[in-house]
Design a protein. Structure first.
Length: 277
């Protein structure tokens, strides 16, 4: 499913993140794939526990939760570099992450062709190995409680789009495996562009800003919503089932009835920020 094939059907649009928001896949992917592959690729075994804890904090438990994989890599390397752990040619990946319009393997390959950077080559190898590692995970992942009923109910009153920074193939596999694609208008992964970009492109289909809701579990989802002037609903860490029930039975009705006002939005954001201190 691609942006250029998208056609608006309903008056309202609900965008939904995947990992850690709809799918209970975030913890296992970081602990079994992203972090171990980073340690192996850069041979960081000597300070492994220290570096792993930094990765988990950045990617799971603080205000950078849900950050793109390459941004997470750069932020981790910046921190450990200050502690004397040298990452060769770090400036190359920092520059690419800060300037590229597309944080994906394909974009990284194009940059490698231009620069022949060793660090970029290692980052690409790491990312490819992460994807392979994710593919070998036991296929016992599940959507969070109330996700299926929530999507079913929301799809009756709004167009639903998955807007995620995860790898597209993994998304396609997970959402099809759990028979959730039938509720979607489009499934957008990292290859489609940033969340901010994707929401902006969907908005061009003719939705009013006050009729678009971004559902996510990370500050990046909130920022993507803010940048596009649309509403945000948080899925709270360790309260996912509760959050999805509230989304279906409180937040979406408020959206439809035009009572999702500034006070309600601020209340949701405050509760969200308090979970990620």
């Amino acid at each position: 499913m691609f942006l250029d094939k998208y056609k608006k059907e309903k008056e309202f649009l609900v965008c939904v993140d995947s990992d850690g928001c709809a799918m209970d896949t975030m913890e296992i992917k970081h602990r079994e794939c992203f972090a171990p592959e980073m340690i192996k690729t850069w041979e960081l075994f000597e300070k492994e526990d220290y570096i792993l804890n930094i990765w988990y904090d950045l990617n799971l438990y603080t205000q950078t939760r849900g950050i793109n994989r390459f941004k997470g890599l750069v932020e981790t390397f910046k921190i450990i570099s200050k502690e004397g752990i040298e990452i060769e040619d770090l400036d190359s990946i920092v520059k690419w992450v800060e300037t590229t319009k597309e944080l994906s393997n394909n974009s990284l390959k194009r940059e490698i062709e231009k620069t022949d950077s060793k660090c970029l080559k290692m980052a690409h190898s790491w990312s490819v190995n992460v994807n392979k590692s994710i593919e070998t995970l036991p296929q016992d992942d599940e959507p969070f409680e109330n996700v299926k009923s929530g999507l079913e109910g929301i799809a009756k009153v709004a167009d639903v789009a998955v807007v995620s920074s995860a790898n597209g193939e993994a998304l396609d596999s997970e959402w099809n495996r759990h028979d959730l694609v039938k509720y979607l208008k489009v499934l957008l992964g990292q290859e489609a562009g940033t969340k901010q970009y994707c929401i902006g492109e969907l908005k061009k289909q003719g939705y009013d800003c006050d009729k678009i809701l971004m559902v996510g579990d990370a500050p990046g989802d909130l920022q993507a919503a803010k940048k596009n002037g649309v509403k945000f609903y948080p899925i709270l860490v360790n309260k996912e089932g509760y959050s999805w029930d509230k989304l279906l039975n409180e937040a979406v009705p408020k959206l439809i009835n035009n009572t999702f006002d500034k006070t309600y939005q601020e209340q949701l954001i405050k509760e969200f920020n308090n979970t990620l201190k």
